[in-house]
Design a protein around this ligand. Structure first.
Ligand code: FAD
Length: 445
């Protein structure tokens, strides 16, 4: 039934694309992009109904799912069959198509890589209305490997098949404190070589860093609840051990948008009582942020008070051997705290995704930081973001493109495999109905 419905939705989209001409863009219900784009007069492709889980095969550990399905719905469908996708990004409204064509990550990434690395096949809607099925070894393998980090500029994922893994009902956590940056990253490397199931970390300062290790478990003496009055990120500093229901573990960062809910003034008891469980989540915060951007409230207050704060909302991936240097630079010169860290491993050297080049087979460390740098002086636009871009390149890292980017065009194409990208663009979108990656991610067109 759902398969038939999928075929019908696909036919409708194909018809729409063949009927219209000119530029196109996605029409979706939610988004976790952090850069605002100009609202051009493009034809909107309504993909909102492509949000169904088509089949969970817990015997062969695969799931077949439509591209706009949120990870919340996908994880629920899988958990009902005692399995989960190999990597479940932390925000409930991230969709599987968004995480594969943008880049996602979570605490299983030290073993399973990024979400796109567990994909087996994809149906991709091309700008001229064709739909191609691509796999790592068919005639569209170039598109299969080119889609990650293409942000919808080569085509839209309508459906994909991905690997899953068996799960247990609970997760037991250990929060291990470190006070020395070198030792901390040494411990991260050791944890990734051990038999734990989940690894991530929270840096509150250069002398207060936590490594959080998680293991699946069949039973729990108690379970903590961080979906309303208590905040998960605070528990890291307060407890050495904790037990969570697996579903609550997967969404532990969603309730307070990691710790960013502070900017919406909801980290106090009266506000939490007022809002209730249902409104404390990343979807609410995204909506508030978009209203604020549309109305220009914060920008107007800053202008009035002659303040020049700069939003620094980024995720960057740095080779483990350079992680200590990056963290020192970041704490000294950017100063945002806390910082989330998450190791990335499990690379299969036979599967090379050119647009998101994590070179070599060693571990990378993802640093996530999402805040405002209060900037009393007026600098050029993107002053702090540019510093980060330069440091990431110097240390052999890669920056995600879901937020602001300031690269010059020639530098950008060197970093993100321009030669390979334009060959794909020429083959799969020769009329340029979809904007290119630089136009979309840097110029915000
Ligand atoms: C504050 C913040 C924190 C973040 N933290 C994390 C994190 O911890 N873990 C994590 O994994 N990720 C994180 N992200 C990044 C997030 O995963 C990516 O931005 C992802 O692309 C968002 O997916 P979405 O479904 O919301 O897509 P959207 O925001 O709707 O779209 C993202 C881009 O992908 C394109 N796109 C969307 N769907 C498709 C599709 N089906 N086919 C082709 N292209 C498509 C869109 O055109 C757009 O360019 C974070 C982002 C922010 C802003």
């Amino acid at each position: 039934m759902t398969q038939l419905a999928y075929e019908q939705k696909k036919r409708d989209l194909i018809r729409q694309l063949q009927r219209d001409s000119g530029a196109i863009r996605l029409d979706k219900t939610t988004s976790n992009l952090f850069r605002t784009r100009a609202k051009p007069d493009d034809n909107k492709i309504d993909v909102r109904t492509l949000n169904q889980v088509l089949a969970v095969d817990s015997e062969n550990q695969t799931v077949e799912v439509e591209g706009m399905t949120t990870y919340e719905n996908l994880a629920d469908a899988c958990l009902a069959r005692t399995c989960m996708p190999l990597v479940v990004p932390q925000l409930k409204s991230i969709t599987i198509g968004g995480a594969v064509s943008g880049i996602g990550i979570e605490s299983t990434s030290f073993r399973h890589g990024l979400p796109h690395e567990s994909v087996l096949a994809m149906d991709v809607l091309l700008a001229d209305g064709d739909v191609v099925t691509c796999t790592p070894d068919n005639e569209h393998a170039d598109l299969f490997f080119g889609i990650p980090n293409s942000y919808g500029t080569l085509g839209y994922i309508l459906k994909l098949t991905a690997r899953t893994m068996p799960v247990k009902p609970y997760v037991v956590l250990q929060h291990l404190r470190h006070t020395d940056i070198e030792e901390y990253f040494g411990a991260v490397g050791e944890a990734c070589a051990s038999d734990v199931d989940f690894v991530d970390g929270s840096v509150f300062d250069g002398e207060e860093m936590y490594l959080t290790l998680g293991r699946f478990t069949d039973s729990a003496p108690y379970t903590s609840d961080y979906t309303w009055l208590k905040m998960y990120f605070r528990s890291i500093r307060e407890r050495r051990e904790d037990y969570l229901d697996l579903r609550d573990y997967l969404w532990r960062w969603d309730t307070d948008w990691f710790w960013c809910s502070k900017n919406l003034f909801v980290q106090n008891l009266p506000m939490r009582l007022l809002l209730g469980r249902r409104r404390l989540n990343s979807v609410t915060y995204q909506k508030v942020m978009r209203w604020n951007n549309r109305l220009g409230l914060t920008a107007a207050i800053n202008r009035l008070m002659d303040r020049h704060p700069e939003g620094v909302v980024q995720d960057v991936d740095i080779p483990l051997e350079n992680a200590a240097e990056f963290l020192r630079f970041f704490l000294d010169e950017i100063g945002i705290r806390p910082v989330w860290i998450c190791p990335i491993g499990g690379h299969d050297p036979t599967r090379n995704f050119p647009l998101y080049p994590l070179h070599g087979s060693g571990l990378f460390i993802n640093f996530g930081f999402w805040d405002i740098v209060p900037n009393p002086q007026k600098h050029e636009a993107g002053y702090f973001n540019r510093k980060i871009e330069a440091k990431v390149s110097e240390l052999g890292g890669v920056k995600s493109l879901y937020s602001d980017a300031y690269y010059d065009e020639d530098v950008f194409w060197k970093l993100y495999a321009g030669d390979k990208y334009f060959a794909l663009k020429q083959k799969y979108d020769p009329r340029g109905r979809l904007r290119d990656l630089y136009q979309k991610c840097v110029l915000r067109k």
